[in-house]
Design a binder for this molecule. Structure first.
Ligand SMILES: [Zn+2]
Length: 284
């Protein structure tokens, strides 16, 4: 599923402050990053340099929210997102290094020629496509999620706080296997608009509640609705919400009301291990 990363304006000035720590030459920032971890999708071509550094900084940010927020839901979102990433339940990688079924789905979303015809197996990790696809992905795609794999194109312009919020958004998709509800015909990428709306609204709700200490369910529901509108789904919530409601705020209320133990017909907000999908094979 395509990730729409907001346009990134300006460069984030990161002060490299040398703290009065015990390891001479190592700043507090560096120590914080060194203690964070993630598992790369690609053992052959893992992220290095700037992309790896930005991911680690984003994890530091998520850890800080998990420890310091005054809001229990915000702390849970941060702590469980971090735990799924650091525990390897979710894998992170670069779009350039993506292979196999994930790259094929990226190709399908880009409507590129290389993926005309039937898909490779759901566990294929070798399919590469052609040079035209490589160019298209490099120019066009900022992020992608399929199964438990999340891919990014990260540059020196990438804002670390925005990346942290995007990780919360994408891990929410993984926890709910969004790609399995998103499409009416998965191999042709024909979107099911009502369910796709629900999947995106919930992921943006999670991202928003994580991103701002002052956020409320109501303000984040408005944020989520405006972001999902950018996708242009021809959705009608009345076809899925109880009582024929068309109000996205109702959807947000139901998603939050299901935390932490209630029935969750519209999916889980917090990506807890106990609710985690048993496998990430073909959708059924
Ligand atoms: Zn999304």
């Amino acid at each position: 599923m395509r990730t729409v990363l907001a346009a990134i304006f300006g460069a984030l000035a990161l002060a490299a402050c040398a703290g009065a720590d015990d390891a001479p030459g190592e700043s507090e920032d560096e120590i914080a990053r060194r203690t964070r971890r993630y598992v790369d999708v690609s053992a052959e071509a893992p992220m290095t340099g700037v992309p790896r550094d930005k991911i680690l900084r984003a994890l530091v940010k998520i850890d800080r929210v998990a420890r310091e927020s005054r809001d229990p839901l915000r702390r849970a979102l941060a702590a469980e997102t971090l735990a799924r990433i650091e525990g390897g339940d979710v894998l992170l990688g670069s779009i350039q290094a993506a292979r196999g079924i994930d790259r094929w789905h990226m190709c399908k979303d880009e409507k590129a020629k290389a993926c005309d015809g039937p898909p490779p197996a759901s566990d294929d990790r070798a399919w590469t496509g052609d040079a035209a696809l490589a160019r298209t992905l490099e120019e066009d795609l900022a992020g992608y999620q399929w199964g438990n794999r999340i891919y990014f194109t990260i540059s020196s312009a990438t804002d670390v706080n925005e990346l942290a919020a995007t990780l919360v958004h994408e891990v929410n998709h993984v926890a709910n296997r969004s790609e399995c509800s998103y499409y009416r015909a998965i191999d042709a990428h024909v979107v099911e608009p009502d369910r796709a709306y629900v999947e995106e609204h919930r992921a943006f709700l999670a991202e928003c509640l994580f991103g701002d200490e002052a956020a409320t369910v109501a303000s984040c529901s408005r944020y989520a609705a405006s972001r999902v509108d950018e996708y242009g789904f021809d959705a009608k919530l009345s076809r899925v919400l109880p009582g024929g409601s068309n109000d996205p705020a109702k959807l947000a209320e139901l998603v939050v009301a299901a935390e932490p133990n209630g029935d969750a017909p519209f999916g889980r907000l917090v990506p807890r291990k106990r609710d985690w999908p048993r496998s990430f094979g073909a959708c059924r």
